[in-house]
Design a protein around this ligand. Structure first.
Ligand SMILES: [Zn+2]
Length: 466
């Protein structure tokens, strides 16, 4: 195992069995946030975690009162001059359907072939367990942490974080931190250790095109009136050109371009195009011209039609001009695009190209801010060093194509930089049957966190709290 403080390593070696037992115990609580019948289990998981935090040595441990899926808070703030870090994970899990595709019972976890198998093992209870284990090693060996920690473990991440969204601004002052470390991501394909440097944001819209109150006879009216389905097709075709470049005026104005160093780092990622095509069953890759696949996935914005409907869809032929046609259109956004601004530009463009003779409406259905960690953020730099120490390899810096809404929430409400340090193996089957966490990722994850806290504790970069 890696070179962390030998006293911490000795404590971890001595407690390996108890630590695993405790991890499995947390997995046995079916804290599914989407299903109301599991609300008591969510509260049970929160209480279990709170008891652990108290036992380990944290202070001000509290389980939010009066809600079904409470936020668990705790802190330890006795390292004056040292950094203050807020750690976020979530203890709720996804439903287990389709249950018949599970080889074993989802909430009866066990270890097989070097993996912990069970719902929540990777997303995200395993990452809670590794943070608890790291803190325990410090308190047990030194009676203290090397820095100031604030813990926020949420119980509703898989169900839109509604409770946290209210709780965060109410607790803004006491949550002040130099950085928010979010452990809810994973490594690169092939289980290569990586730090996630950015997440994409999102704007989701619906376009409605209405012609007449009812479908019209295509013989009697065709050639005289605009067809809403044809009009919608022209509108959609105007959004993007054949090179995959979005044609909405101003769409790319705020996009932070990759530096030559970042382009080189992205190009060096071991992306296996042939394996990707084989796995997805797709004939060829596509996307914005001038950018490599990994750049297009994480560092460039997209525009996609998610659904399209209207007119006759039954068997055989029905000669009508549809009364209306609709599409769901969404964009994945990157720093520094603002979802509201992009929505307005998209709407203005659609209305500008809409032909006369139909009524066109563009409605917002949801949005999220993109998140980006600065390359020279000291906590991100320390996280890269800690990964190097614990895994013995040079960690990759990756950009996630998807979103973690809470990351944007922390960034906006606290104004603190977000560092996405997660340890899940890419084949963890998060959200799917037979979820599993590679035990070595979990064990080295504990060492990574130990190395990170010690590193930050020595750097005296504090200023945000304590
Ligand atoms: Zn998660």
């Amino acid at each position: 195992m890696p070179a962390i403080d030998p006293a911490l390593e000795a404590r971890l070696a001595a407690t390996a069995e108890a630590r695993l037992a405790s991890y499995l115990e947390l997995l046995r609580i079916p804290s599914i946030s989407a299903l109301s019948e599991h609300a008591p289990d969510c509260r049970r998981a929160a209480a279990w975690i709170a008891a652990e935090l108290s036992r380990i040595g944290f202070e001000h441990v509290e389980v939010q009162a009066g809600v079904e899926r409470p936020v668990v808070y705790a802190d330890w703030l006795h390292a004056p001059g040292a950094a203050t870090i807020l750690v976020y994970c979530h203890y709720d899990v996804q439903p287990v359907d389709p249950i018949d595709l599970w080889e074993t019972a989802p909430f009866e976890p066990f270890v097989r072939d070097g993996r912990v198998v069970g719902r929540g093992s990777a997303d995200d209870k395993g990452q809670i367990a590794l943070h608890l284990a790291a803190a325990d090693a410090f308190f047990a060996t030194r009676g203290r942490l090397p820095l100031n920690l604030k813990i926020v473990f949420e119980g509703e991440e898989e169900s839109s974080s509604v409770t946290l969204e209210r709780w965060l601004p109410e607790n803004r002052d006491r949550l002040a931190a130099d950085a928010v470390v979010i452990s809810d991501t994973g490594f690169f394909e092939g289980d290569l250790p990586a730090l996630t440097m950015s997440l994409r944001g999102m704007v989701y819209t619906q376009i409605d095109v209405v012609g007449s109150p009812v479908d019209l006879h295509s013989g009697g009216y065709g050639g005289m009136v605009e067809n809403p389905a044809n009009a919608l097709a022209r509108i959609i075709a105007s959004l993007k050109d054949a090179d995959g470049v979005v044609q909405i005026p101003g769409f790319y104005d705020e996009v932070v371009e990759l530096t030559p160093e970042q382009r080189a780092a992205t190009a060096a990622l071991p992306f296996d195009e042939a394996a990707y095509l084989a796995r997805t069953g797709i004939a060829a890759l596509a996307g914005e011209k001038g950018y490599a696949p990994m750049e297009r996935k994480g560092a460039r914005p997209t525009l996609d039609v998610n659904g399209i409907w209207g007119g006759f869809q039954g068997e055989g032929a029905k000669t009508i001009i549809p009364a209306h046609a609709h599409a769901k259109v969404s964009c994945r956004l990157v720093a520094d695009q603002d979802p509201q601004v992009i929505f307005e530009r998209l709407r203005d463009h659609v209305l500008a190209v809409a032909p006369p003779g139909v009524k066109v409406d563009v409605r917002p259905l949801g949005h999220g801010q993109p998140v980006m960690t600065s390359e020279d953020n000291p906590v991100a730099q320390a996280a890269l060093r800690a990964l190097r120490t614990a895994f013995g390899v040079e960690p990759l810096r990756i950009r996630e194509g998807g979103s973690i809404p809470v990351a944007a929430m922390f960034q906006q409400v606290l104004g603190a930089p977000v560092v996405l340090l997660g340890f899940a193996n890419p084949d963890s089957n998060a959200h799917a049957p037979n979820e599993s966490m590679v035990l070595d990722n979990y064990e080295r994850g504990i060492r990574t966190v130990c190395a990170l806290w010690d590193d930050l504790g020595q750097s005296n970069t504090g200023g945000a709290g304590a």
